[in-house]
Design a protein. Sequence first.
Length: 202
Amino acid sequence: MDFTVSTRAIVTALYANLPANGSELVLFDLNRSAKLGPMLRPTFETAFDRLLSEPPRRFRTTFVTNAGPGTGEVVARMVEAGATTEQSRMLGLAYPAEVYSLSHVAIPFPMTDSLYGMHPGPEEHFGVHLGAIAARGEVGALIVTLDSLIRMSSNPFFPYLLERIEEGIGGLPAGASKAAASSTPLRKSPVGNKPTAAGTTK
């Protein structure tokens, strides 16, 4: 769900043309427990189903979405390259109640980032905590647009990204990464065939 980058183009123009080379596409769903009612564009409700072809695919697909109706807790639903069976595991992470989706600029920043985090840490101070601002007032008084302040700028699932990076580093020769040696392998359990946009299985 991105207003700047075309996710569909990434799938159709890049991933659909890749050989079976160990690639993976990770998609972050919108927060389906956010209470926005008719303010959310209906097209995003079914975006996942329209985005990907039916498995098997030449690349691994991971879909991070709400674990169930009304909960912010998220689950990672995975289909391995060449497979049709979905595997799933809880991440122990949750969407903040006031966040309805990520943005591509949010992906590399933890929630504690001093500039972009929703809960900035005390390590550095840049004069303003952009990610923690909940601006209210007259728009003409600001030198920046409200769009730049309301857009999500940090990632509540950043610990999951670190885990996956360490998992990848773990494939390097012995001694290449001390962090990778302590990483925990993904635990998988079959739950169905295909993830839907609502986070359920068919």
